[in-house]
Write a protein that binds this ligand. Structure first.
Ligand code: NAP
Length: 269
């Protein structure tokens, strides 16, 4: 069976997480990866017979069926300048924040088959939420789903929602980290040591998320009803948190991030 060759142009934090996740998945028998970056380390952090590193973007692209662009936005024009003549018929995937499908198409060529992907840092542990948008080519989106479903979950969205996806999914990791930190600190105040408090907070967060992830019809509010006894301590704590603005602080935080990312995008256009 012919293997799929994947080029990762920009093997930085995200690129390396994608590589590690793919090589740890059942897909590894069906792929070869050529990863490019400017400075090659003397000893790569990952070594595998399915993986080859190069500084030559053109070589990486020519050797591949799928090209994943994972450089910073300001590094993209230089990369495009090098590889554009060699992109014909390839599935092109961009993880670059802020570059819309339209701008990618302008840069890479009107005929290009493009998927835009917005993963989060949980991709390093194959638990990413990756939002995908695409410009109509079904083979490309299926390929992107195959790759990113091995690294977590995917959701196809309209390109216009990518900024919102960046806030809710990518920045979302930071928001959840802060909630876990805060509940850990509360636990320490109640008498646990830091390690115990963090272990309880993390597993409880994972448990709450798993209840919802494992049952599509479960809703946060009905799950809350199950743990709030009338006149009990849980509802007392919850109501105090709401009185202090928990839900509204989270929603306002999300909208503040969204306003800022929209402003940045306007300045880029
Ligand atoms: N990190 C995330 O979880 C995440 C999530 C969503 C979206 N994104 C987006 O994904 C992109 C990559 O993010 P990142 O965090 O992985 O950034 P990063 O760590 O800075 O990685 C960028 C990589 O691109 C390489 N590079 C730069 N110029 C190049 C060139 N001309 N040819 C080949 N490689 C080149 C760099 O190589 P050298 O190291 O050799 O300089 C570096 O390894 C960004 O646009 C970011 O906004 C990231």
């Amino acid at each position: 069976m012919k293997k799929t060759n994947i080029a990762i142009i920009g093997a930085g934090n995200l690129g390396m997480s994608i590589i590690k996740g793919l090589l740890a998945s059942p897909l590894k028998e069906k792929i070869n990866i050529v990863a490019s970056k400017r400075k090659l380390p003397e000893k790569p952090s990952v070594e595998n017979s399915h993986l080859f590193f190069t500084r030559d973007n053109i070589y990486a692209v020519k050797a591949s069926d799928v090209v994943i662009f994972s450089v910073q936005p300001d590094q993209f024009p230089k990369v495009v300048g090098e590889v554009k003549p060699f992109l014909k018929d390839k599935v092109l995937i961009s993880t670059i924040t802020g570059l819309t499908l339209k701008s990618l198409q302008q840069a890479l060529g009107e005929e290009s088959r493009i998927v835009r992907a917005m993963p989060n840092t949980a991709i390093a542990v194959s638990r990413s939420m990756t939002c995908l948008s695409y410009n109509g080519d079904e083979e490309s989106i299926k390929m992107a789903q195959t790759i990113f479903n091995t690294l977590g979950k995917t959701l196809i969205i309209e390109d216009v929602l990518m900024q919102a996806a960046t806030v809710l999914g990518a920045s979302g990791i930071a928001f959840w980290m802060r909630l876990i930190r805060a509940t850990t600190q509360g636990g320490i105040q109640l008498g646990f040591d830091a390690g115990e408090a963090k272990a309880i907070a993390v597993q409880t967060c994972l448990g709450a998320a798993s209840i919802l992830a494992n049952n599509q019809s479960a809703h946060p509010e009905s799950e809350i009803d199950k743990v709030t006894t009338p006149k009990g301590c849980t509802i007392r704590g919850l109501n105090e948190m709401e009185y202090r603005g928990l839900s509204s602080a989270l929603i306002r935080g999300l909208t503040a991030s969204y306003e800022m990312i929209s402003q940045l995008k306007e300045n880029m256009d």
